[in-house]
Design a protein around this ligand. Structure first.
Ligand code: IDC
Length: 514
């Protein structure tokens, strides 16, 4: 009896939801209309459900949550578990983590979930979900779009790819209208076309490459780090070298700090990931809560990959670390409370002090304050300290070092700008007993562009290897600049091949494994 009642309830529910069994018989969908077939097919494949009253509402603008939910089903992505607050929270989270959209495009605070999704964002999500490999030729495809000048550069790649694949054709005037919404009927037609191009079948979720097993120097193997003399060592005292990538600013490129992106660096041999939390330029100081969420997500992603992870308070435009000393203390105190008993985490307290500041008057007193705040909750974690002139003046720190255990001093270099002189400075500082960690370096000039200078970068890396000095490369992102490791348009949640790596990325990835 009970079982019969359950089955009956299930049947009623399926009918209401517009299950495959219910067919495409929506009261307001004419099977002969331009979108009738698309609706019928998606419904038939269980990818689409109508409204509880049996209607489909084809003219209504599709909301972001509705669109993402269908895209997640089409792409065969599993909704993230443990999400609450919105009916589509699991799907939205999964799509975000897969890199189908960025945090700022649909903030997880939810205000955009039920609003109409823009055409440009819908196309980006759709292309990343179903046709991530497709690229469109700029000249050829942009010529098809009469209002191309209104499209933001951020959407060039997916929109041009969508035109190239024939997924989008534009309206009667050849316009794309990037900021307008799209109707539920239009969404169905686009999704069906993309599914057809993708081979008509649900692609399996992107394969996550397994780290080259066992991950050499993975945290589960090396344990708590410690500094002995000038050398970074593992828990049992053996010398350890960390090699890995730095994120770019999380406020712009947070999607490249997710599990899939980080894991791919682990698969190439990295055992550390650096999480760059810009203080200025729209970063932490302008949106502390949102940025904190991103930091935690990125740190947890690295922990999930058995990697060490550096929490980098990325001062840059705000040259004096003391300028936001209280914010730094509060931030690191919170991070140390959260991660103080996790051997994975290192704390880099000031990326690059610069401007009219000194070691003794600014950086050192700042470091004393922040180190004290961290040590209250993280007695063992390694703390990395910068120095004036964009973390090049380690000789000043060597002349007047900080007191305390497990402290290291960062030196940053860019192969197109810095060479032998800075290397000599490292040797001199180490001779004086200063432990050095190259927490950021680039193959380009110091501005992030120019080059790349792979020969000089090779000299630098050989120098570091000979001395067992750890390093992180700037940066893991697809920005159109020489120092970026990934080509513009690379999907953060996809599986990268050689073609996705820039010349810098290829060089650096080849040097990660040792
Ligand atoms: C650069 C980025 C660039 C960005 C700029 C300002 O590559 O895209 O526009 O910052 O935010 C550093 C800094 C690092 C710089 C990098 C290259 O730590 O933030 O990134 N660099 O200029 N120190 C020396 C070089």
């Amino acid at each position: 009896m009970r079982r019969a009642g359950y089955i009956l309830a299930l049947l009623v529910l399926l009918a209401v939801l517009g299950s495959p069994a219910a067919g495409a018989a929506f009261s307001d969908v004419d099977p002969e209309s331009w979108y009738g077939e698309a609706v019928a097919e998606l419904t038939g494949r269980g990818l689409l459900t109508g409204c509880p009253d049996g209607s489909f509402q084809p003219e209504r603008p599709i909301s972001a949550a509705e669109f993402v939910t269908i895209a997640v089903r089409c792409g065969g992505l599993a909704p993230a578990s443990g999400q609450s607050g919105h009916w589509a929270a699991g799907e939205l989270r999964a799509a975000l983590e897969a890199g189908w959209y960025d945090w700022d495009e649909l903030p997880p605070t939810g205000e955009g979930f039920d609003r109409p999704i823009s055409r440009q964002l819908a196309v980006k999500i759709l292309m990343r979900a179903l046709l991530p490999e497709v690229r469109g030729d700029y000249q050829r495809e942009s010529a098809k779009i009469s209002d191309f000048s209104t499209l933001s550069g951020r959407y060039y790649e997916p929109v041009l790819a969508a035109y190239a694949a024939g997924v989008v054709t534009g309206d009667g005037n050849g316009a794309f209208r990037p900021l307008d919404g799209l109707s539920r009927a239009e969404a169905c037609v686009l999704l069906r076309r993309a599914l057809q191009k993708a081979g008509g079948e649900r692609p399996s979720p992107p394969a996550v490459p397994k780290p080259a097993a066992p991950l050499s120097g993975g945290v589960s193997q090396t344990g708590w780090l410690q500094v002995k003399g000038t050398q970074l060592c593992g828990e049992s005292g053996e010398p350890v070298v960390l090699r890995g990538m730095s994120s770019h600013g999380l406020q712009w490129f947070g999607s490249f700090a997710g599990v899939q992106a980080v894991r791919q660096t682990a698969a190439a041999g990295a055992n550390v990931f650096r999480v760059a939390i810009y203080t200025g330029e729209g970063g932490y100081l302008s949106q502390p809560e949102a940025m904190k969420e991103r930091v935690i997500a990125a740190v947890d992603a690295a922990i999930a990959c058995d990697m060490y992870v550096i929490i980098d308070w990325h001062i840059l435009s705000d040259g004096d670390p003391l300028a936001h000393g209280s914010e730094a203390e509060a931030f690191f105190s919170e991070m140390a409370q959260r991660y103080g008993d996790t051997p994975n985490v290192l704390y880099e307290i000031c990326n690059e002090p610069n401007g009219g500041i000194t070691w003794q008057g600014n950086v050192k007193p700042y470091a004393q304050r922040v180190i004290a705040a961290i040590r209250e909750h993280a007695p063992r974690g390694i703390i990395l300290v910068g120095s004036p002139t964009w973390s090049q003046d380690i000789h000043l720190a060597a002349a007047d070092p900080l007191q305390g255990e497990n402290l290291m001093y960062t030196l940053h270099f860019y192969a197109g700008t810095h060479s032998a002189e800075l290397r000599e400075r490292i040797d001199a500082a180490r001779k004086g007993g200063l432990p050095v960690f190259v927490s950021e370096w680039g193959t380009s000039r110091a501005g992030g562009g120019g080059g790349v200078f792979l020969e000089e970068a090779g000299v630098w890396l050989d120098f570091l290897e000979e001395r067992a000095i750890s390093w992180c490369n700037w940066s893991l992102c697809d920005k159109d600049e020489a120092s970026a490791a990934l080509r513009p348009g690379t999907a953060p949640g996809g599986t990268w091949s050689e073609e996705d790596l820039t010349p810098s990325g290829r060089f650096v990835f080849s040097r990660l494994a040792h």
